[in-house]
Design a protein around this ligand. Structure first.
Ligand code: ADP
Ligand code: ZN
Length: 659
């Protein structure tokens, strides 16, 4: 029995769920998974981020004899994981290179004395003979292999040290293993099973749907301004992650947000390690910080209250996109996944693939991933149905993505495609000069620009044949033809060229359905949270709002005092339930979700006290404003003094004169 004060009757999994974690019931397949491991069997668990993977090994570790050893690739987050468990009264520790020898020794002693319920280790440490001997001398209740997709060599997070984990079973054949990942494709699933020797394990594949995340993909015109508008209208004061492709745009975007009153910090691999760690820690510990990052940021970040994930550049694959957007809304509360996508993204990504190292097969793999991502961007169907289909799962139109909320329209773009392709063909015939989309669109629209006149392009037979479409629509045509591989880009400046398949359209043997460009990016709909209410859960009754705010203030102060992230004290969902049910006694408080025994003892009085204080009829006028500075501003969203859009200064060579 791991829990020192547990009597036999309380030793079963459900009791631990109630008593330690304060939850009333298991979610989805949690119970079956827990039972499988408690009984000593192996399990391979595929569950989306926020699905509740941690309980699947934490509860068996508490129920079974000995210490559960958790293998996790992220030593930077071990401290927070251990803090969160300690707050629940679970005896947890870690061994990694950030500790001095004395700290390490103390943890080793605790393990050997069977005083640890959970021990976190990095895979490279497990490989050392010293660690293996240590584990032999104590009692290991289970091995949990977190982020198990790191074993997949073709995946985006491959860690060579994970390959060695196949030895766990050879060395400790009696100890059950549970591997967990939020990466879901069949290929990755099979690779994990094969490499970790888990073919005989029970496989649990949860639905990958994340119903609380609203997926939106908007046309990109001025991404940083669009982002700022998203934050101001829907996510003022919320914690969020913004992904950019280059370090330079990370820096510039973060600076732009800060200048406009958003509490934003940059994060990328080129930064000084200390500054990077400090920014990550602010994001994790404080409420409402926005981190602007390259994809180097995020794996294993289990901050539950990230309210939005924004992509300013096109992700390279649907898998990566799903993984990154999945970091929003782990707590199950409404969250937004927002991506700005434009013509330049397609051009840039195709160029990156052409210039990438590796053989032809490798490039083909990259191109396939990109094509699937482009198809998701261009679809007029439900985004969620598309996403789930990518992971081999079925879904119904969801009502919570942009295409469901404002259905996209498609149109027969065959004639437009023919006009555009034939212009490209005519320019290619000239062979004198290479032209990008900008010049081609000017010719189609019949614009006598200096460059058009200079090259006599107003004399071409196609000059002015496309006046019926606006510039944004023509850009949409170019983008979709690129996505369909009916058009390609070549060379440093993104010259447009025909492909083998272009002839089918030009010859009238193939029609092209296109997605209509939306004039105004969809946003700020009914569920938009505005102004002061921005940080308040959407479905909170008005009367409970001041109470919720008082509880948040209490939580912030408590977390700071104890040096832990705010969510380690209580999650938003717990505060919301307290604010609506207004428990009057410690016993009543104990029935609220997320309030287990340890937290009740530690924070019970503080919560009741904060509730008492929040009973004041109106918040005092000088009470600390709960909202972030950004939401206080009024008046026009943008002024004329905005700095130049960072993307105009991208490090990449300009591919044409349009962006
Ligand atoms: P994952 O590791 O799969 O991303 P977590 O283990 O971090 O997910 O769980 C996500 C959130 O759901 C956490 O806030 C966790 O406390 C909560 N949670 C997990 N299981 C339950 C449950 N059975 N009842 C209520 N909340 C739960
Ligand atoms: Zn939908």
């Amino acid at each position: 029995m791991a829990l020192s004060d547990a009597s036999p009757e309380t030793s079963d999994a459900t009791q631990v769920l109630h008593r330690v974690f304060g939850y009333s019931s298991f979610r989805g397949e949690q119970q079956e998974i827990v039972e499988q491991v408690v009984a000593g069997g192996d399990a391979l668990v595929l569950m989306p981020t926020g699905g509740g993977k941690s309980l699947c090994y934490q509860i068996p570790a508490l129920v079974r004899e000995g210490t559960g050893v958790v293998i996790s690739p992220l030593i930077a987050l071990m401290q927070d994981q251990v803090d969160a468990l300690t707050a629940l009264g679970v005896r947890a520790g870690f061994l990694n290179s950030t500790q001095d020898p004395y700290e390490r020794q103390a943890v080793e002693q605790a393990f050997l004395a069977d005083e640890l319920d959970l021990l976190y280790l990095a895979p490279e440490r497990l490989r050392t003979e010293g660690t293996q001997r240590l584990l032999d001398r104590g009692t290991v209740s289970l091995f949990a292999i977190d982020e198990a997709h790191c074993v997949a060599q073709w995946g985006h997070d491959f860690r060579p040290d994970y390959l060695a984990l196949s030895m766990l079973h050879e060395r400790w054949p009696k100890v059950p293993r549970i591997a967990l990942t939020a990466t879901a494709t069949e290929a990755t699933h099979a690779e994990i099973a094969a490499r970790l020797g888990l073919e005989d394990a029970r496989h649990f594949v949860a639905s990958f749907d994340r119903p609380n995340i609203q997926y939106r993909i908007v046309p990109k015109n001025n991404p940083t301004k669009q982002l700022l508008e998203l934050i101001r209208t829907e996510h003022a004061g919320d914690a969020g992650v913004v992904y950019c492709l280059s370090r330079a745009s990370v820096e510039k975007t973060a600076a732009f947000l800060v200048e406009h009153g958003v509490d934003a910090v940059p994060y990328h691999a080129g930064m000084d390690a200390r500054a990077r760690a400090a920014n990550q820690s602010r994001f994790l510990r404080e409420d409402g910080v926005v981190v602007v990052a390259t994809i180097a940021f995020g794996m294993g970040i289990d901050k539950p209250d990230v309210r939005f994930v924004a992509h300013l550049d096109l992700p390279k694959s649907v898998e990566g996109y799903y993984q990154e957007t999945g970091r929003a809304g782990r707590d199950g509360e409404p969250a937004t996944a927002w991506l700005a996508y434009g013509l330049q993204d397609v051009v840039q990504q195709r160029k990156l693939i052409d210039g990438s190292e590796g053989d032809e097969a490798h490039r083909r793999g990259l191109a396939m991933h990109l094509d699937a991502m482009l198809a998701l961007c261009e679809t007029v169907e439900c985004r969620r149905v598309r996403l789930l289909a990518y992971f081999g799962q079925r879904g119904e139109p969801c009502g919570n993505c942009d295409t469901c909320l404002t259905p996209g329209e498609s149109w027969d773009g065959t004639v437009a495609a023919q006009k555009l392709l034939s212009t490209v063909w005519r320019l290619a015939k000239e062979r004198r000069q290479k032209f990008g989309a900008g010049q081609i669109i000017d010719i189609l629209q019949g614009k006598k620009t200096a460059k058009v006149i200079q090259f006599d392009h107003d004399a071409l037979s196609v000059f002015g044949v496309g006046a019926e479409l606006g510039t944004a629509e023509w850009r949409g045509v170019v983008r979709q033809l690129l996505a369909l591989r009916l058009l390609a880009v070549e060379g440093e400046y993104g010259t447009l060229v025909l492909t083998e398949e272009s002839g089918e359209v030009l010859g009238g043997r193939r029609t092209v359905q296109m997605r209509k460009e939306k004039a105004v990016p969809a946003q700020a709909r009914k569920e938009a949270r505005s102004g002061k209410g921005a940080r308040v859960p959407v479905d909170l009754p008005a009367a409970a709002v001041p109470v919720f705010e008082a509880l948040r203030a209490w939580r912030a102060a408590t977390a700071k005092e104890q040096g832990v992230p705010a969510y380690v004290v209580f999650h938003d969902a717990t505060l919301r339930e307290i604010a609506t049910r207004l428990p009057a006694t410690i016993a009543e408080l104990g029935t609220i979700g997320g309030v287990g025994e340890a937290k009740l003892t530690k924070y019970g009085e503080g919560v009741l006290d904060a509730l008492g204080r929040s009973d004041a009829p109106e918040p005092a006028p000088d009470a600390p404003a709960p909202t972030a500075p950004a939401s206080k501003s009024s008046g026009p969203l943008f002024d004329d003094e905005l700095p130049p859009d960072p993307d105009e200064e991208m490090e990449e060579p300009p591919w044409d004169d349009w962006q």
